[in-house]
Design a protein around this ligand. Structure first.
Ligand code: MG
Length: 292
């Protein structure tokens, strides 16, 4: 199934998207739950509950689609340098404060987080900070895993049973902050720096372990890779994260970005106001956001 969160007549909604992507059928939920988008649905299904009652379908063109998880339950887990070619690209850029702790290819997953408040939906503007704050804004197209059944100490061999589904995340980054402050949290958590969407797609409809991630800037193809090229695959990421941290339904894991980010070009191709970034993942759809 595909789940969309949206606003319609000024009210938050969440519903099932039709196979032909023409309509959305709202779930009958109280407003406080609808405001959380797909989160209560993922929680219900992961706890073995039935789906809420469905109401009459609305044309998708008549609603304003928001991020499927407009208020994630907590920080978004992210993975750094998780495609072979991108790891070399980033280590060679001079902006990689993690490079001193190892070679180009990490021996263990590099994990950081983005604050939940930086999530925005499809077509929402990514806000450029003023020049005295940062002039090195970059894109990172990523497959995001949505956890279903939670748990701690999940073994890699059991991990895929904990995947509810997938969405797209654009891990927008202020490279100068990532380098200067020797951590990846602040420069990746600026307001609006986590475009997400357009839908959550359940794992029976999308094989996140073998799909293609593409990114276009102003129509120019910059990134194009298969998730089969991940250094640490989805089971390994879940095993690593859950070793010490209990995972919950609706947790988001952005799995890392492939080669082709702006910092990888000489000179770097940073984003500027007026640019449009489009991320496509086969089986999920497209997420497009302008820079403002
Ligand atoms: Mg990233």
């Amino acid at each position: 199934m595909k789940i969309a969160a949206y606003t319609f007549n000024g009210q938050p909604g969440v519903g099932l998207v039709s196979k032909d992507l023409q309509t959305v059928q709202p779930f009958d939920l109280p407003e406080a739950q609808r405001a959380l988008g797909a989160l209560p649905i993922v929680e219900m299904l992961s706890n073995g509950a039935a789906l809420p009652k469905l109401l009459d379908a609305i044309a998708l063109k008549d609603v304003h689609v928001t991020a499927p998880l407009p208020k994630p339950r907590r920080n978004i887990f992210c993975v750094g340098k998780n495609y072979f070619a991108h790891a070399k690209e980033f280590a060679g850029s001079g902006f990689d404060s993690s490079a001193k702790s190892g070679g180009d290819i990490p021996a263990d997953p590099i994990i950081f987080t983005k604050v939940p408040e930086c999530v925005v939906g499809p077509d929402a503007a990514i806000e450029m900070p003023p020049a005295h704050i940062s002039t090195a804004i970059d894109y990172e197209a990523e497959l995001a895993v949505i956890i279903g059944k939670g748990g701690k100490g999940i073994a890699a061999k059991d991990a895929m049973a904990h995947v509810w589904g997938y969405t797209i995340v654009n891990d927008i980054t202020a490279r100068d902050w990532q380098s200067r402050h020797q951590q990846w949290h602040m420069g990746k958590s600026f307001d609006t720096f986590c475009p997400m969407g357009p839908y959550l797609v359940s794992a029976d409809e999308c094989d996140g372990t073998n799909t293609t991630v593409r990114c276009y800037v102003n129509g120019e193809l910059r990134q194009n890779a298969s998730t089969t090229d991940l250094i640490f695959d989805i089971p390994k990421l879940i095993e690593t994260l859950s070793a010490g941290i209990t995972l919950y339904p609706g947790d988001v894991i952005a799995t890392g970005t492939p080669v082709g980010v702006g910092i990888g070009f000489k000179p770097p191709k940073y984003l500027v106001a007026g640019d449009v970034v489009r991320v496509e993942i086969d089986g999920i759809g497209a997420l497009e956001n302008p820079l403002r």
